[in-house]
Design a binder for this molecule. Sequence first.
Ligand code: GN1
Ligand code: MG
Length: 371
Amino acid sequence: MTELVRNIAEIGAQFAIDGTFVAGEEIESGHINTTYLASYEDDEGEAKRYILQRINENVFPEPLVVMKNIELVTRHINRKVYRHKHDFGGQTLNLYPGRDGKNCVICPAGGVWRCYNCIEGCRTYDVVGNSRQAYQAAKAFGAFQDLVSDLPVEKVSVTIPDFHDTPARYARLMEAIKKDTHGRVDHVQDEITFITSRQEITTVLLDHLKAGRLSERVTHNDTKLNNVMIDAQTDEAVCVIDLDTVMPGLAIYDFGDLIRGATSPVAEDEKDVSKVEMRLPMFEAIVEGYLETAKNFLSPLEIELLPFSAKVITMETGIRFLTDHLEGDQYFKIQHKGHNLDRCRTQLALVKSIEDQELKMNAFVAKWTRA
Ligand code: GN1
Ligand code: MG
């Protein structure tokens, strides 16, 4: 047994799961948490797999509040899915408690850990392969928002203040540029010019919120394609994962983040930005999937702002990557020097591609506001 596998076995032993530990491995996906897959076997030789995850306390300073949100939301969804058999795939995310019955475990070696069931027979995609996957992923996130739409927003705590406060993200970038702690500002002048020349788009959505034209809902806040478990056989979405950032927020930021993550043919860190493109057929599939499950609770203004929200969240994510690059890569895990700058560049290229097609995107969405 390697040290890693021994560690996984020790962490797993603290949770209320049955069977004999047989294998463990790290899952290297996501920029934030540490994730392990642990396999067990029961007395009949039946295999069962679980996800063990350490919450990154640098990103989530109050992991116990994160866990409280996740417990609230998973229970709410499971109760409804059970009661109405409104199940879109047969599996939902469940928390397995620690041996003391709590929703997470504080490990002697450090860290707050939680345990989920492994959603079986599924896979995730970093880059969308076809418009059916895009449609399915959007339908799953719309269904998620729909399932929690009757959960009072004040019951869910804010775990990362100002998470999708785009003007605050912009202000922090300006601060990072001024301080230039790592001497990197000289090399990113083009990116800075691109962003500062579009400052006015950063405030629009929050201005609507402040004026009462948009309201906060319980949202997922990290609607990346690889946060949807897709059935490997049928390509149908089974359930959404990564509930750490479930918080009060704008529903359309979730939609916009889907466009950001699931319309480009290349990964978020592609070095050749000429390959980055907001593909219109993927956009249309995402609008159709999302509205199929979310249309009933969205306001006409929310629907009208869907294309714009894609541009804003993509800018915001570009701003966040650039800020982290300038601050010395403190937040997002990186695999090589300049990784956050590569990520920033794809985001800005995607903003440009959205701008070039905004009229067509608006025309497509107008069908629903007229209906
Ligand atoms: C992070 O957890 P992960 O890797 O799915 C980030 C998101 C960003 C995303 C960009 C808590 O998501 O906000 O959009 O990277 N999560 C947090 O890839 O900051
Ligand atoms: Mg995440």
